[in-house]
Design a protein around this ligand. Structure first.
Ligand SMILES: [Zn+2]
Length: 315
């Protein structure tokens, strides 16, 4: 029997999604459960097993040759364990072994969710055709991943490209990671909203204090809202420029809820990049919105499994 499919898992703090994906990135079968994120580790794992059982019970399952997992981080691909910040029941949880046990011993590839999103954008999205790219998710947190030399670069533990925790403000606010002035501490959705509120912005009658509400206010001309997005864009630009200067990327792809702000974010981001990406070899760096949408995690986990020993152009 031909094994032309892979099983993909996208594990986050809200939902656990699974799918069977073919080598064109098409999703042939889906399963999903809410993440019981507040429960103990075995209860969370039972939700993963429920998703996998729906997949393994399908006639298509015989064509599955590997499993790809994109998980909220930190992950450790070298040990096959995960410790997602927002799933406290999982600390050094042996996810790879547990998944292998319910999938008949198939090879399992584990990457962080930022790396999975990057694999998806490189395979089918905005980073397609770019051999050197940084892809980012800017939402509740700021994650990312790297394509280098035409290949996904997960790093030894599956966390490479963690741009959210590069410091861009040496004496800046403490970050939950323990450092100071991290990109995430300035550019994540909650921090954009917090800074707008601190600056005197007030929500409308609906009381919505999300970054999306700040974006709407910015679009309507609210100066404090605009300034909060400009500051976030500046932090992102500094982090992107640092990455480009280090490893010579030619595109930065940005997805996640905050990127939905569109030009409210992208216009100041392009302006700020001119201030920070100054050397000749990074001046042509472009930024683009992500294209893969909500299936990026699943498609990216599939890509990571399909490309374990080869690059994406082989697909
Ligand atoms: Zn940090």
């Amino acid at each position: 029997m031909q094994t032309d499919l892979v099983a993909a898992l996208d594990i986050g703090g809200t939902k656990i999604a699974g799918a069977l994906v073919d080598d064109h990135g098409r999703i042939l079968l889906r399963a999903q459960r809410p993440t019981p994120a507040k429960e103990d580790g075995d209860t969370v794992m039972r939700a993963v097993e429920d998703v996998l059982r729906e997949l393994t019970a399908a006639p298509l399952w015989v064509r599955a040759g590997a499993v790809g997992i994109g998980s909220a981080g930190p992950v450790d691909a070298s040990t096959g364990t995960v410790s997602p910040v927002n799933v406290p029941g999982w600390r050094d949880f042996p996810l790879v072994d547990r998944v292998r046990a319910v999938t008949g011993g198939l090879p399992v590839e584990l990457v962080g969710d930022g790396v999975a999103m990057t694999a998806a954008e490189h395979w089918q999205g905005a980073a397609q055709g770019h051999d050197n790219a940084l892809c980012m998710v800017v939402s509740t947190g700021v994650g990312g991943g790297l394509i280098l030399g035409g290949k996904l670069h997960p790093g030894p533990t599956g966390n490479a490209g963690h741009i959210g925790h590069i410091s861009v403000d040496l004496d800046g606010d403490p970050c939950p990671c323990g450092a100071r002035g991290c990109v995430e501490r300035i550019a994540s959705g909650p921090n954009i909203a917090r800074r707008a509120l601190d600056g005197g912005w007030r929500p409308g009658v609906d009381g919505d204090v999300s970054a999306a509400a700040v974006a709407a206010a910015a679009r309507a001309g609210d100066k404090v809202a605009i300034a909060s997005f400009e500051r976030a864009a500046q932090a992102l630009a500094a982090g992107i420029a640092a990455t480009a200067t280090l490893v010579e990327i030619d595109i930065a792809v940005i997805g996640g809820g905050v990127a939905k702000a569109g030009e409210v974010l992208f216009a100041p981001l392009r302006r700020s990049l001119r201030d920070y990406a100054t050397l000749s070899f990074v001046q042509r760096l472009t930024v683009a919105p992500a294209r893969m949408g909500t299936d990026a995690g699943l498609v990216g986990a599939a890509a990571a499994a399909l490309t374990r020993d080869r690059d994406v152009s082989a697909l």
